[in-house]
Design a binder for this molecule. Structure first.
Ligand SMILES: [Cu+2]
Length: 155
């Protein structure tokens, strides 16, 4: 029992540190963007802009009320030229893995991602903008990518 408690404390501490790091990184980011997703299966932004080499902090908020199992959302940013239809369909069966494709060729397309978020949940991700190009982003919850998609334009 003692060992279990120690392990739990260590995990909690590690989590607290990584959350603090993420917050510090987000505060220092060159580009800060908030995107929302709602029960109408819509993002409030279809385009994000950044310059190559800049750090980008994206805070994604699910502002809907429907349960996560019915209307969960995420934001997954892919490499330029990625086929989002192929990517989304490749992940449809992977409920336990946030509907991300397990196929290594498709998994390798991911630049940055949030978890699938339920109502009122939010997550901030921080990453560096790569080479200039159009980086497609989408929600991988089954059936959402047709509407929930956009482009990160890196100049
Ligand atoms: Cu969605």
């Amino acid at each position: 029992m003692k060992k279990f408690l120690l392990t739990t404390a260590a995990v909690a501490l590690t989590t607290a540190i990584s959350l603090a790091d993420a917050k510090a990184d987000a505060a220092k980011a060159d580009v800060k963007v908030t995107i929302t997703g709602n029960d109408q299966m819509k993002y409030d932004k279809g385009e994000i802009e950044a310059k190559s080499g800049q750090t980008i902090a994206i805070t994604f908020k699910n502002i809907g009320a429907l349960p996560k199992e019915a209307m969960g959302h995420n934001v997954v940013i892919l490499k330029p030229g990625s086929d989002i239809t192929k990517f989304a369909i490749g992940g449809v069966a992977n409920k336990a893995g946030d509907y991300l494709p397990l196929d290594p060729a498709l998994a390798a397309l991911v630049v940055a991602k949030t978890k699938i978020l339920g109502p009122k949940e939010e997550e901030t991700i921080v990453f560096k903008a790569g080479a200039a190009g159009d980086y497609p982003f989408l929600c991988t919850f089954p059936g959402h990518f047709g509407i929930m998609k956009g482009v990160l334009k890196v100049k």
